[in-house]
Design a protein around this ligand. Structure first.
Ligand SMILES: [Zn+2]
Length: 169
């Protein structure tokens, strides 16, 4: 599972990567979700603040992690599990939680949905990936503020496209 496109070599993708100095300072880049017990990835505080629909007074001054387990309602949790936010407390629907829902975004910055990727031509899919890349290069993406996972969507877009082709062939 690779949801971090920024580690790949596509041009301009470094723009949306989390600053490496920040990541190096974290002691725990991953922590276990209190609900599903799977490992979640650390997200920036601004991602949690940007995505929550509830009062930000509920946020604690601590590190938060993103749970990508589909069947798990938890989206963000603190390492000590004392602070947990579920899908119903977010402003956006979360692609990882509803990967088959037509109207859920895969690309939150440039508004591409699951159904758009599924129901379009191969040429349009290629154009979509090019468009996302162009947007990243033009510094128009805000993955840390728009995408619940807090990082670039391209990895998810690419693997969804791969799934579409596997189903066709
Ligand atoms: Zn979970």
């Amino acid at each position: 599972m690779n949801d971090n496109c920024c580690s790949q070599t596509s041009a301009g993708s470094e723009i949306c990567e989390l600053p490496s100095t920040t990541m190096q300072r974290k002691l725990y880049p991953e922590a276990f979700c209190p609900e599903c017990r799977q490992k979640g990835k650390i997200v920036q505080g601004q991602t949690v603040k940007a995505l929550l629909s509830v009062s930000l007074r509920l946020i604690q001054d601590t590190e938060y992690y993103f749970c990508r387990t589909q069947s798990c309602p938890v989206v963000y949790y603190s390492a000590d599990s004392k602070s947990v936010f579920t899908t119903s407390q977010l402003r956006e629907r979360v692609y990882q939680k509803e990967p088959s829902a037509d109207d859920v975004f895969v690309c939150y910055c440039f508004k591409h949905t699951v159904s758009e990727i599924r129901n379009t031509s191969p040429e349009a899919r290629t154009a979509m990936v090019d468009d996302i890349n162009a947007g990243i290069q033009a510094n128009q993406c805000a993955c840390d503020l728009r995408n619940p996972q807090g990082s670039c969507c391209l990895g998810n877009v690419r693997s969804l496209i791969k799934q579409v082709y596997q189903r066709v062939t």
